[in-house]
Design a protein. Sequence first.
Length: 317
Amino acid sequence: MNITETLESAHVVCDSKARRVLNTAPDKYADITLQEIEQGITIERLESINVPVYQYSTQITIHGLFKDIPPDLRVCGFKSVFLNGNKSLGVKYVAIDGAKKKLLRHMSQISDSYWNVSIDSQGCEVYQIFHSTDSANDRSRAIECYKNTPDNLYIGGKRACALLYGGYAVIIGIGAVYEKNLWPLIKVLFGISSQQEADDMEAAKNKQRELDYAKWEAEAKVRREAADKLKAESLAKLEPLYKWVVNPESGTFYSLSFNSDGEAEYCKVEFKKRGIQLLRRIGWRCSTLENAISSTSHDRYHIITRKADRDYKYIVA
């Protein structure tokens, strides 16, 4: 998201102390395995381990000792875990609470909320955009939204900002979410109180989508049948007027087709052989055969393959 100005911003629930230069548990191995980290880890599990864990605005740092941590460890598909110079382990928020963040994204997709969720290598962002013809009102609405967004349901940060191509946005950076706060946060953002309510909502939307598709398919079938009937009637009138050739391999001919209104369209079609390959180029569609004859082919020759069980008919002029 291209941002030109930050109107307001805040870090939400992070350690107030400065970063520790020294490892505060230099002689103690952390009771967490590499395999557990690789599978993705929750904020609750991090806070339950036997060594100090510190929250910062961009990462969580686990002090203590660790065995066999590779330099390219990737969690949730991103390079997000690394050893610091003091042998503590830095864990970027993108590696924490991956399942909870995916649930947030899913809730945004099934709800009618104006909040959207993006998850990428930079982390998880929940955002709402304000963009209308009234820029001053957009700015006021964005600041109001920023101030009314709760700060006690997640670890991360939030900001209200102006966008490069117009409009404003409120962006919430979700670093981690405690399990006890997950559904309250979903309720605030998306208006959904529980997994059962989400399942019922999704089932209802899927059912409505199926009904809408069935209705569209039935209406489309009626339109296709009407168009096919109109084309057949038009072809029956025009076909006796011309001389036809089937599956030509060289020369210039003219195709006859019909648009959705049943109106005839003619197109110049040129064929030639290159060894065993059949090449074709076509001209513009014209409303009359005379216009097609005088038209210039705009395309270059392309190799084509004809279906063996189909006859391709062209007008000879």
